[in-house]
Design a protein. Structure first.
Length: 151
C-alpha cells in the first residue's frame, strides 16, 4: 500500500510540534489513522511494531481529549451563562433552562430548542441516554451565543 508522505499531511493540517500537545510521531499516526490506514501498515511505514503504533495512537487520542477539555474549561470560565443540569433531568427541559438563564444574563442563544437538545445530547456523550441526563453536566453560553457542554 502506498501511503501519503507524513510531512505533507502534517504541513497541510498546520501541525506545530512546539505549540501543540502532540509529539510529531503522535501527529503522524493520527494523520494516517484519520485517512483509514491500518495500524499494521503504519507500523511498516514507520519501521516499528503494530503494538507501538497502537500505544502511540492511544496516547495521542488521550492528549487530544485533554486539550479539548482544557479549551472547554477556559471557555466556561468566561461564559456569562452556566447552567448545571442535574442527573435525572429530561433532555427536553434543557433548552428552557438554558433560555431562562440567558434571558437573566441578557445573552441571546444562537440555537433553536431542537438544536440545543441535539448539541447537548451529542456533546455529553454517555452522560445523556435517550431523553435522560444520567450524570450532571454543565451547559455554558458564551457572549456570542455559542453553546458549550461539559461533564
Amino acid at each position: 500500500m502506498s501511503l501519503p508522505d507524513p510531512d505533507e499531511l502534517l504541513e497541510r493540517a498546520g501541525f506545530d510540534e512546539e505549540g501543540g500537545v502532540l509529539t510529531r510521531r503522535q501527529a503522524e499516526v493520527l494523520a494516517f489513522r484519520e485517512r483509514g490506514v491500518s495500524q499494521a501498515d503504519i507500523a511498516d511505514r514507520l519501521g516499528t511494531s503494530r503494538a507501538n503504533v497502537s500505544s502511540v495512537e492511544s496516547s495521542a487520542r488521550e492528549n487530544v481529549a485533554k486539550a479539548r477539555e482544557t479549551v472547554a474549561f477556559a471557555e466556561a470560565l468566561s461564559a456569562p451563562v452556566q447552567v448545571t443540569v442535574e442527573a435525572g433531568t429530561d433532555l427536553y427541559d434543557v433548552p428552557n433552562m438554558v433560555y431562562s438563564a440567558c434571558d437573566e444574563a441578557g445573552v441571546k442563544v444562537n440555537r433553536t430548542a431542537p438544536e440545543v437538545m441535539r448539541l447537548v445530547g451529542d456533546a455529553a456523550g454517555d452522560a445523556v441516554h435517550g431523553r435522560e441526563v444520567r450524570r450532571e453536566i454543565t451547559v455554558s453560553v458564551t457572549n456570542d451565543g455559542s453553546v458549550r457542554v461539559r461533564e
